[in-house]
Design a protein around this ligand. Structure first.
Ligand code: ADP
Length: 218
């Protein structure tokens, strides 16, 4: 069954979510208080309406409860974001994702029961800064404050060596969970797998261990 989404707030973040969901063929109800923004999305999503989501009756009338997932992407007004989330929660919406603007906002959202809280600007800033610092880090995914999955480019130094020769797990305490080689992906590579320069190693572990490993292969 197709999932049905509601996106509240059609700024850059909410708008980008709407476009992607619609491209993937999902049913999307897009809501914004601003008429021009709603008009912009009327041909993109299944339904676009002008509404102030801090008004409980409006949300009830839109049948918001029947949707699978509501995304609150109100970026400019913390009070409206919090109040909207609170009403959605009270109406019994199954899953609520909210964009937080700062730590204070996040704390309140967690307290009132938002299921998922995202910080797109902060996370993207961290990602870009990390990529700038380490020349061989291509991408990374934060698992917790101290653990990540990182894509590292295999250097000339590693070319022709096997994973066991490099002894990644014992020496650095992290694991190579996959290797990307051109169009191929080797999942759970064997210890005898021979690394080629330009391979992309997908490594999981504690940040400081991955950092040591990354520096050792430069
Ligand atoms: P971004 O940082 O993602 O670009 P913006 O701050 O530009 O976000 O966009 C947030 C959107 O949320 C705006 O289009 C604004 O009109 C909308 N919005 C703000 N308050 C409400 C509200 N109470 N109900 C519905 N939409 C709202």
């Amino acid at each position: 069954m197709k999932k049905e989404f509601v996106v509240i707030g059609l700024g850059r973040f909410g708008g980008s979510i709407c476009r992607t969901l619609a491209q993937e063929g999902m049913e999307v109800l897009a809501i914004d208080i601003d008429e021009d923004r709603v008009h912009e999305f009327s041909n993109i999503v299944s339904q676009a309406v002008v509404a102030d989501t801090t008004d409980e009756t409006t949300l009830k009338d839109l049948g918001i409860r029947n949707f699978d997932h509501v995304i609150v992407a109100i970026g400019d007004n913390i009070q409206a974001s919090i109040l909207t989330t609170l009403i959605l929660k009270e109406l019994g919406v199954k899953k609520i994702t909210v964009k937080a603007l700062n730590d204070y906002h996040e704390k309140v959202l967690a307290k009132i029961g938002a299921d998922e809280i995202v910080h797109p600007e902060r996370d993207m800033g961290r990602r870009i800064a990390n990529n700038m610092i380490s020349t061989n880090v291509l991408d990374y995914l934060e698992l917790s404050d101290e653990h990540s999955i990182v894509e590292l480019m295999a250097s000339k130094k590693m070319d022709g060596k096997t994973l066991i020769e490099m002894d990644v797990r014992a020496k650095f305490g992290c694991n190579v969970v996959a290797i990307k080689r051109q169009n191929q992906i080797i999942v759970s590579p064997m210890a005898k797998e021979i690394i080629q320069e330009g391979d992309i190693l997908i490594v999981i572990g504690a940040d400081r261990d991955i950092d040591r490993f990354g520096k050792s292969i430069l």
